[in-house]
Design a protein around this ligand. Structure first.
Ligand SMILES: O=C(O)CCC(=O)C(=O)O
Ligand SMILES: [Fe+2]
Length: 359
């Protein structure tokens, strides 16, 4: 008798694991140390959902879930980035490492007077066109996060949404507008009047705000302008873009997240080896998403408190509590590996309407 072959359904093993020690003990033992095979009791080679005995998600390792096309395109994009040397990193776990790093998107930047304000990293502005190409991957990651962890993603999305800045606040914060004409012909010079006028403008003509932002980007980033021109040319020749640059890019400035995602910040690591660390800047209780690309061996991501290691391959996605759980890479790492970590920064979500003008 012949048996009909069916495509096996995507299965995820749910595995409750008891950590080997408390987070405090783990810090004492592992923090800022290189991890090795002796810290691994379970090497994940299939999709696995590691939860605590109380049922809290710690690591969701998804094997081969990113479409091949997205993997290929992401790898092409990632190789275009210009990285900063990892050895001089501000992150202690990376200092002295080979390779490079890059921080894209929003950060809570130190204010000259006191506190912080949300700002885009310099690399985001100077490498905007390449960052923009990466959004496809980020949308895919967001989609998978929603699909596999709907409860976590709904909560995280709600928090990320609370951080949204209005277009008027954005313009006030960044454009340095000192004088402006009102719709009824008056000359406005006070900050309050300008703010009010901008808010009116925002309500009436929201697209104009997004357009203004695109123009700003184009001015400060010739690479982006070149892409816009090329796209317009291509479209005039009948080529269709499904992932267009342009007007909607402005939205990234207003939400502290990449539009369509709940990720404010993206860390890109180029063939770097991390000592054990907690990321620490993520939304409390939220998870980060991590994917690795390229052609490499070694560098698997190890969570010593659970004795688990994830040999990430291109196409895999890890959604995990890297914020509160120590993790680091197992050396040696050979070849070329670029990892992308997407998350929402805690400080950005909390500030809601705390956007002061002209900072
Ligand atoms: O690249 C990796 O595997 C780890 C990256 C990481 O832990 C980080 O960027 O914080
Ligand atoms: Fe990390």
């Amino acid at each position: 008798m012949t048996q009909a072959r069916t495509r096996s359904a995507f299965k995820i093993e749910k595995l409750p694991l008891k950590p080997i020690c408390s987070p405090e003990e783990a810090r004492e033992k592992f923090q800022n140390r290189y991890l090795d095979k002796s810290h691994v009791t379970l090497r994940l080679t299939e999709s696995t959902h590691i939860v605590t005995p109380q049922g809290k998600t710690k690591i969701l390792f998804l094997k081969n879930v990113l479409p091949t096309k997205v993997v290929t395109m992401s790898w092409e994009t990632l190789q275009k980035f210009r990285f900063k040397p990892a050895k001089n990193s501000r992150r202690a776990a990376l200092q002295g490492s080979t390779g490079g790093e890059l921080l894209l998107g929003w950060l809570d930047m130190a204010r000259r007077s006191m506190g912080t304000f949300p700002g885009l990293t310099t690399e985001t502005r100077t490498q905007w066109a390449t960052f923009r190409e990466l959004w496809l991957l980020l949308w895919m990651i967001q989609y998978l996060y929603n699909k596999f962890l709907p409860k976590y993603s709904a909560k995280q999305q709600q928090k990320a949404g609370s951080a949204r800045e209005t277009a008027a606040d954005y313009l006030l914060r960044t454009a340095g507008i000192e004088v402006m004409g009102s719709s009824d012909g008056r000359k406005l010079t006070s900050k309050d009047d300008i703010a009010e006028e901008l808010r009116r403008w925002e309500k009436k003509l929201p697209d104009a705000f997004a357009q203004f932002f695109v123009m700003q980007l184009a001015q400060s980033n010739p690479e982006y302008l070149a892409k816009l021109i090329q796209q317009a040319d291509d479209e005039a020749r009948g080529l269709k873009y499904y992932n267009r640059l342009g007007l909607k890019d402005g939205n990234v400035m207003m939400g502290y997240t990449v539009p369509g995602t709940m990720f404010s910040t993206i860390t890109v690591n180029q063939t770097a080896l991390f000592r054990a660390h907690e990321d620490g800047n993520n939304l409390t209780g939220a998870l980060s998403c991590l994917a690795a690309f390229g052609s490499f061996s070694g560098g698997e991501l190890c969570f010593p408190r659970f004795g688990v290691s994830c040999p990430m391959e291109p196409g895999d996605l890890l959604i995990g509590d890297t914020n509160r759980e120590l993790h680091g890479n197992l050396g040696p790492l050979t070849g070329s590996r670029i990892s992308v970590v997407a998350y929402m920064r805690d400080a950005l979500a909390r500030r809601e309407n705390d956007v002061s003008p002209m900072c």
